[in-house]
Write a protein that binds this ligand. Structure first.
Ligand code: GTP
Length: 253
C-alpha cells in the first residue's frame, strides 16, 4: 500500500508507456517523454538517498569509534591509579590471580621509606610527584609491559612470573638499588629509598597467601633498617612454644 502511494505517478507513467507500446496508434513519443521525466526523478531521488545513507554510515562508524574509545577509557580508569598510571589494587589482584592460575610467580612489594617525612618536609604535591617518579622508575627498569601496581598510598607491587626464586630476588635487588639511585625533581633534595619484600609462589597459590607472604617479608625489611630486600623464604620460621611438660620435676626459670 505504502509502495503504491509512493510510486503512484511512476506507476501511472509506466502503465501509459505499456499501453502506448501495445497500441500502434498511440502517441508513443508522449508516453516516452513522460517516462523519461519520471525516470530522471527516480534517479535524482536514488542518488539523494544513497548520499544520505552514506552520511548515516559515516556517522555510525564515527559513533562506534567513539564508543570503543570510551569503553577503553572506562576500562583504563577502572584498572589504573589516576595519579601514577600504575595498576590499581583491584587490577593487581586480578592480574596476579590470573597469573598464579597458570604459572609460578614472584610477588614483589615495596614501600617508600619514611614517606610521611617527605610529605611533611616538602608538601603533599611533592609527595605525589615522588609516587609518580617511583612508578616511572620501575617501568624504565622493568619494561613498559611489566605489571606494576600501586596497592596503597606509598606501597607498590610488581608481578613477576618466574619459577626461579633467585631471579625474583635479583629483580627485587635491582628495584631497591634503582630507587636509591633515582634523582628526584626539586624540591626533593635527598635520597629516597624503599624497603622491598618478595614472595615466590608456586602455580595455584592464592593471591591472598602470596601477598601476605610478600607483606611479611616487606615488614622484615623495614625492621632490618629499610632500604633492603627480604624474601619470605629467608624469614626465620615462627617460633612454636615447646609442648607443656607434665614433668613436675622440670625446673622453672
Ligand atoms: N603525597 C601523598 N601522600 C600519601 C598518599 N597516600 C598516602 N600518603 C601518605 O603516606 C604517608 C605514609 O606514612 P607511614 O605509613 O607512616 O609510613 P612512612 O612514613 O613511609 O614510614 P615507613 O613506611 O615506616 O618507612 C602518610 O603520611 C600518608 O598521608 C598520596 O597519594 N600522596
Amino acid at each position: 500500500m505504502a509502495d503504491a502511494d509512493l510510486f503512484a505517478l511512476e506507476s501511472a507513467a509506466l502503465a501509459n508507456a505499456r499501453a502506448a507500446h501495445d497500441d500502434p496508434r498511440a502517441d508513443a513519443r508522449a508516453a516516452l517523454a513522460d517516462m523519461i521525466v519520471h525516470y530522471e526523478r527516480l534517479m535524482r531521488e536514488s542518488r539523494r538517498l544513497i548520499r544520505r545513507s552514506d552520511r548515516a554510515e559515516l556517522d555510525m562508524n564515527q559513533m562506534n569509534r567513539q564508543l570503543h574509545e570510551l569503553a577503553k577509557e572506562l576500562e583504563y580508569r577502572a584498572t589504573h591509579d589516576p595519579l601514577s598510571g600504575a595498576l590499581n589494587r583491584a587490577a593487581v589482584i586480578d592480574t596476579a590471580s590470573a597469573c598464579l592460575q597458570h604459572s609460578d610467580m614472584a610477588l614483589i612489594v615495596l614501600d617508600i621509606d619514611h614517606f610521611k617525612w617527605i610529605n611533611d618536609d616538602f608538601g603533599h604535591p611533592a609527595g605525589d610527584a615522588v609516587i609518580k617518579t617511583v612508578v616511572s622508575c620501575l617501568r624504565t627498569l622493568l619494561g613498559a609491559d611489566a605489571a606494576v601496581g600501586r596497592v596503597g598510598g606509598e606501597e607498590f607491587s610488581v608481578i613477576w612470573p618466574t619459577s626461579d626464586l633467585e631471579e625474583a630476588r635479583s629483580v627485587a635487588l635491582r628495584i631497591c638499588d634503582a630507587i636509591a639511585d633515582q634523582v628526584f625533581d626539586a624540591p626533593i633534595d635527598r635520597q629516597i629509598t624503599a624497603s622491598v619484600g618478595v614472595s615466590w609462589n608456586p602455580q595455584g597459590t592464592s593471591f591472598e597467601l602470596a601477598y601476605s607472604r610478600a607483606d611479611e617479608a616487606l615488614y622484615a625489611a623495614k625492621r632490618a633498617g629499610r632500604n633492603c630486600v627480604k624474601t619470605y623464604a629467608q624469614l626465620p620460621l615462627p617460633v612454636t612454644p615447646p609442648p607443656a611438660s607434665s614433668d613436675a620435676s622440670t625446673p622453672c626459670h
